[in-house]
Ligand binder design. Structure first.
Ligand code: F6P
Length: 442
């Protein structure tokens, strides 16, 4: 159970400067969606959740949004932006949103971008810095990728803080996933140990939607919309062939959100296999054969992290971010399905599609673009007000500040007992438990 203390955001000091946005703020007070900066956004939102709290302070988030008083003097500061880790739709929208909000709303004109993730902050890698202006970021949101480039892996936080000090950077915005946020945490710890006043504020990024306490991550919606195109294609192919099977593998290392949402978007999938819900092949394969025999074709959607337990144990290999490199379950499953149908003497026509990086290298869709801009605005408001060691997110529809230690404390996953997975089971009709299904088929 969450402790209210875990939701407290660090601040560099009191805001003593009147915000240029001061005049705009009182008007928001009367709207239902505005949360005053002195108010808090409740962590729980059902009676049962509240009833389970036995007295004491209710856990709550600090709301996002512009403050009346800010900590940094906009005319005197320098701001750095870095994008880290794998690509995600909307990175350029966030960069542009940060630059425009800093420049147009606060009058901050000295903004730089570091190239290729944290490498850009370490002299050894020899990456140049880039000046960011409203003009230089024009139209960048129309493109996928990141204009700053990216890289995986963290760098020595002491070297990074040396770099920030040398360049006179007062605010560092980190756009990255959980590994990069761990890096941001270490940077802010070094800043604190040196008693510097440099704000480190994150905008969490992951197409996998696996960062907790932020509602949904930007780019996720674009990614699953793109993934849904592959599912549609696989369905058309499968439906056209005798014994047709469409098998689609989608990104999602430890979390099956992309597979679940993309499958629900089409509502044609017969099976969704995700890492959070183990399944037995001895249960799945006969069920699939039965499905093809009775309905003519079948559509299977697999998250790349699913079924790893069925692969031959290989030596553990990690990528630069410390993520375990996965075996290719989609290809393995394809072979197993073909072998199983052959053994049973049942006709099969399997079409395998793995859109891979194609779902994350695209520009953000309009929903994500709006979300990216609003996250960027919230991040700028937080940093200008002196908040640090935090990320911005949405909690129950409201923008909030989430301390980085909390944001990296767990992984957001599909709850096998939750309503999303229940929707998947309802939509697919797949058994919740393949072992029990074998008994039903027999
Ligand atoms: O974490 C996001 C993600 O897109 C995963 O879905 C995928 O497994 C991984 O990144 C691949 O990253 P890369 O090959 O760029 O290291």
């Amino acid at each position: 159970m969450i402790d209210p203390a875990q939701l407290q955001v660090r601040t560099l000091g009191e805001g003593r400067i009147t915000s240029p946005l001061d005049a705009l703020i009182p008007a928001h007070g009367s709207t239902q969606h505005y949360v005053d900066e002195g108010d808090r956004v409740l962590f729980d939102d059902t009676q049962a959740m509240l009833a389970a709290r036995t007295g004491g302070e209710l856990p709550s988030f600090e709301p996002g949004g512009a403050r009346r008083r800010i900590f940094f003097d906009p005319s005197k500061i320098r701001v750095g932006i870095v994008t880290c880790g794998g690509l995600c739709p909307g990175l350029n929208d966030v960069i542009r949103g940060l630059v425009l909000t800093l420049n147009n709303q606060y009058g901050v004109s000295r903004i730089i971008g570091f190239r290729n993730g944290y490498q850009g902050l370490v002299p050894r890698h020899g990456r140049s810095i880039v000046e960011l202006t409203p003009e230089s970021v024009e139209y960048v949101n129309e493109h996928g990728g990141t204009i700053l480039g990216t890289s995986r892996g963290n760098q020595d936080p002491d070297e990074i803080v040396d770099c920030l000090e040398q360049l006179g950077v007062n605010i560092l915005f980190v756009i990255g996933g959980d590994g990069s946020m761990r890096g941001a945490l270490r940077i802010s710890e070094v800043v604190a140990a040196r008693e510097r006043r440099i704000a480190v504020v994150g905008v969490p990024k992951t197409i996998d939607n696996d960062i907790p306490y932020i509602g949904q991550s930007f780019g996720f919606q674009t990614a699953f919309a793109k993934a849904a195109e592959s599912i549609r294609a696989a369905h058309v192919e499968a439906a056209a062939q005798p014994g047709g099977i469409g098998l689609v593998q989608l990104m999602g290392r430890h979390s099956g959100f992309i597979a679940s949402y993309a499958a629900l978007a089409n509502n044609d999938a017969d099976y969704v296999l995700i890492p959070e819900v183990p399944f037995s092949l001895d249960g799945f394969l006969p069920d699939l054969r039965h499905r093809v025999a009775t309905r003519g074709h079948a559509l299977v959607v697999v998250a790349e992290g699913a079924g790893q337990e069925h692969l031959e144990e290989a030596p553990v290999r990690l990528d630069a971010s410390g993520n375990r490199k996965l075996g290719d379950f989609g290809l393995f499953l394809r072979e197993r399905i073909l072998a199983d149908f052959a053994q049973a003497g049942q006709e099969v026509n399997l079409k395998y599609i793995d859109p891979s990086y194609a779902i994350r290298s695209v520009p953000a869709n309009p929903y994500d673009s709006v979300y990216c801009l609003r996250l960027a605005q919230a991040a700028v408001h937080a940093a200008m007000a002196g908040r640090t060691e935090m990320v911005v997110g949405q909690w129950r529809g409201r923008f909030v500040h989430v301390p980085i230690p909390l944001a990296v404390s767990a992984r957001n996953q599909v709850d096998p007992d939750g309503d999303l997975w229940l929707s998947v089971l309802e939509a697919t009709g797949q058994p919740a438990n393949f072992a029990a299904a074998i008994r039903r088929l027999a």
